[in-house]
Design a protein around this ligand. Structure first.
Ligand SMILES: Nc1ncnc2c1ncn2[C@@H]1O[C@H](COP(=O)(O)OP(=O)(O)OP(=O)(O)O)[C@@H](O)[C@H]1O
Length: 260
């Protein structure tokens, strides 16, 4: 990015945090307009240029709502530009129903400050790293240092609920894991106690978290599997996640409600 221009730094920040990075880019799918990006510890402000009036054409994304950011080169060899995409899930008003829900917003920028594709890619990577780091620092529950890449074991019960867990995973979860840069192994349980036995025997050091996509029953099995291990005292500290795949999903609903 460009050096932070002193005169712009204060108004573009959120008033509390100084601007850590500043750059001017186009959107991936609209190269005509240019946007000023200001990254602070808390948020990413996107200001359409020229900034005629404060707060017009300006959108601020909270890094707490960001699941990840990745950088990549152009598909087209004739394009010297590089790209970075940030994935946000802010609360937005629902369409045609009351209340708010998290909705996906992808912001994809084109870096073309030089004629050198490698230089542009380095710049895009710097932004992607800074935005990803910022999103991790802003998570409500900090679970210590995250290993990169982070690796999950996902246990999915294909029979749970109306038998739609696998479809729901493919349609809604897979993409978010990719956006967050999380590697995962998906195990589809074949019968009762499959997950319990697997968790009892597996080398847990391979996984940063165990994610259950099912109802309460499969989580119950996984907790039992962890407690049946010789190293249960350590094993039970493995972070567990639950994604609603069952019919009731009472536990998933309350955990996600309290986790925001
Ligand atoms: N492939 C499978 N075939 C049959 N049963 C399975 C399979 N995999 C897991 N199970 C068992 O199915 C039981 C019910 O699963 P779970 O509670 O997760 O779903 P559910 O009953 O649909 O959800 P909810 O608790 O929300 O009503 C669990 O005890 C689990 O051991």
């Amino acid at each position: 990015g460009l050096p932070v221009p002193g005169a712009l730094a204060a108004p573009l920040g959120n008033g509390m945090c100084p601007v850590a990075m500043y750059g001017e880019f186009a959107f991936r799918h609209n190269r005509k307009s240019r946007y000023a990006l200001s990254l602070t510890e808390r948020d990413l402000a996107v200001q359409k240029l020229p900034a005629v009036q404060a707060a017009r054409g300006r959108v601020v994304f909270n890094l707490r709502d960001c699941v990840g950011c990745r950088a990549y080169g152009a598909d087209d060899h004739a394009d010297v530009g590089a790209y970075f995409s940030a994935y946000f899930y802010p609360f937005r008003k629902r369409w045609a129903s009351p209340g708010v829900a998290r909705q996906r917003v992808e912001q994809c920028f084109r870096v073309a400050s030089t004629q050198d594709p490698h230089g542009n890619l380095d710049e895009a990577r710097k932004w992607a790293r800074a935005i990803s780091d910022g999103s991790v620092c802003n998570r409500p529950q900090k679970t210590g240092e995250l290993r990169r890449p982070c690796t999950f074991l996902v246990l999915l019960n294909p029979q749970s609920g109306k038998g739609q867990a696998h479809t729901l995973f493919t349609r809604h979860v897979q993409g978010i894991l990719q956006e967050a840069g999380i590697l995962y192994t998906l195990i589809i349980t074949e019968c009762q106690n499959h997950a319990r036995e697997l968790v009892r025997e597996t080398d847990l050091s391979q996984w940063d978290a165990l994610v259950i996509m099912s109802g309460d029953g499969l989580l119950f099995e996984v907790v039992n599997g962890l407690m049946e291990r010789e190293d249960w005292e350590e094993a039970i500290k493995t972070p567990l996640g639950i994604l609603p795949g069952g019919s009731g999903n009472a536990l998933a609903a309350s955990i996600h409600h309290y986790a925001g």
